[in-house]
Design a protein around this ligand. Structure first.
Ligand SMILES: NC(=O)c1ccc[n+]([C@@H]2O[C@H](COP(=O)([O-])OP(=O)(O)OC[C@H]3O[C@@H](n4cnc5c(N)ncnc54)[C@H](O)[C@@H]3O)[C@@H](O)[C@H]2O)c1
Length: 378
């Protein structure tokens, strides 16, 4: 039996709890230490899970730790991921992978040069919902995808996150914060994007924090667009509109992603989650629902009953390191998704159509066999 990879987390905030809770599902992973720029945050999270609290420097120098997960805020992602790779360790970042395409390219080059693996959230498209949709598309159930729509709308993050300032600064906003789920989902289903164009605006100059915590009742400034309407053209020729806004109190778009093909239509479940029901039609027939709770990583296991298998992308990356293959949630997929998002924001400023400078392969489908291997003690 081979021993699990010893993993350190950098960034002991809100999402670190989910990574620590879910890691035991994947026997090739073992989180052994947590670090944070704020030592008290690292200690609190480390004590909660009985792991070591280290400084960032100590964690990066620890020879026992071969993999580090970057759970810092978006503006620190590049610097921390670069430091992890420079320490000769596999790096997996929360999204967005970096804030500029140049920085993303540097990370991919650094990982290649050092012979270590680089991965990035989201890994939600590896869940039952994303993989079932992928299988149905690959089987030709809706034919060739001609077009589609994506809607990601709410009234922002200030009602639930105790420290929501970063969401409203460059690196945040609905495109860079939630866009990664949507773009990765469509790269999985349709493949890479070739061109984008967009319009964008800020609905409000500041946001009132209503979440419990020290900032409750205070306002945070808005330094990035919060309403964006974009069109994406995929290399296949498919055109998909993306309407992303944190300025919307209420809307009627119940299906976050709809795809329209030559032989039918598909309603893809929320790419923010791992499970959900996929629906597709044969031409204009009734929708045929496909429950994905029996598919790998589709079963409800989290607060509110939804499927949450964060750490699946990390487990797949480490499995890839062992067999020498490309991880499914690879730096290259994340770089392309970043290029799409940054180009959308650039197009909204320049009012031009942007030709992307990157491309990627569709990640390999995650089979039942892969799921068994990733969840079985070795
Ligand atoms: N909160 C969620 O539900 C959620 C879900 C999915 C993805 N994410 C992503 O995870 C990342 C973290 O989100 P969060 O909600 O946990 O944020 P958070 O603000 O709660 O925590 C971030 C932590 O990173 C630390 N940090 C910041 N800069 C650092 C640096 N240079 N070195 C070391 N530590 C540093 C902070 O002190 C803080 O403890 C973000 O990229 C976010 O988009 C969050």
């Amino acid at each position: 039996m081979s021993s699990p990879h010893k993993i350190g987390l950098i960034g002991a905030g809100n999402i670190s709890e989910a990574y620590l809770k879910l890691a035991p599902l994947f026997p090739n992973t073992k989180i052994v230490a947590v670090a944070d720029i704020a030592p008290a945050a690292a200690k609190a999270r480390a004590d909660q899970f009985g792991v070591a609290a280290l400084t960032v420097d100590e964690l990066l120098k620890d020879p026992e730790i071969d993999t580090v997960i970057n759970l810092t805020i978006p503006s620190a992602h590049y610097e921390i991921s670069h430091a992890i790779l420079s320490a000769g360790k596999h790096a997996y970042s929360e999204k967005p992978f970096a804030l500029s395409v140049d920085d993303g390219k540097k990370l991919v080059a650094e990982a290649d040069a050092r012979g270590v693996k680089l991965g990035s959230a989201p890994d939600t498209f590896l869940g039952g919902g994303g993989q079932t949709a992928r299988k149905l598309i690959d089987e030709g159930k809706i034919g060739r995808v001609i077009s589609g729509t994506m809607h990601v709308m709410s009234h922002g993050m200030e009602a639930w996150h105790p420290n929501p300032g970063f969401f409203f600064q460059p690196g945040g906003g609905p495109i860079l914060d939630l866009g990664p789920y949507y773009i990765a989902s469509l790269v999985n289903l349709i493949g890479p994007v070739s061109h984008v164009t967009a319009f964008a605006s800020k609905g409000f100059e500041e946001r009132l924090v209503t979440a419990e915590g020290p900032l409750k009742g205070k306002t945070v400034p808005v330094g990035t667009p919060t309403t964006i309407n974009a069109v994406l053209e995929f290399r296949t020729g498919a055109q998909v509109t993306l309407a992303a806004s944190w300025d919307v109190w209420k809307h009627g778009h119940v299906n976050p992603i709809e795809l329209y093909g030559t032989e039918g239509s598909m309603l893809v479940p929320d790419p923010n989650f791992f499970g959900g029901t996929v629906q597709y039609s044969e031409r204009n027939g009734d929708y045929i629902p496909v429950d994905t709770s029996g598919a790998p990583f589709g079963k409800g296991n989290w607060n509110g009953g939804h499927a949450n298998y964060r750490m699946l992308g990390v487990a797949d990356m480490l499995d890839a390191a062992e067999s020498g293959r490309e991880p499914r949630c690879s730096g290259r997929v994340a770089l392309h998704a970043l290029d799409v998002m940054v180009s959308i924001l650039e197009a909204a400023v320049s009012r031009q159509v942007i030709t992307l400078s990157t491309t990627t392969e569709r990640p390999a489908p995650l089979t039942e066999e892969d799921a068994v291997r990733l969840t079985t003690a070795r």
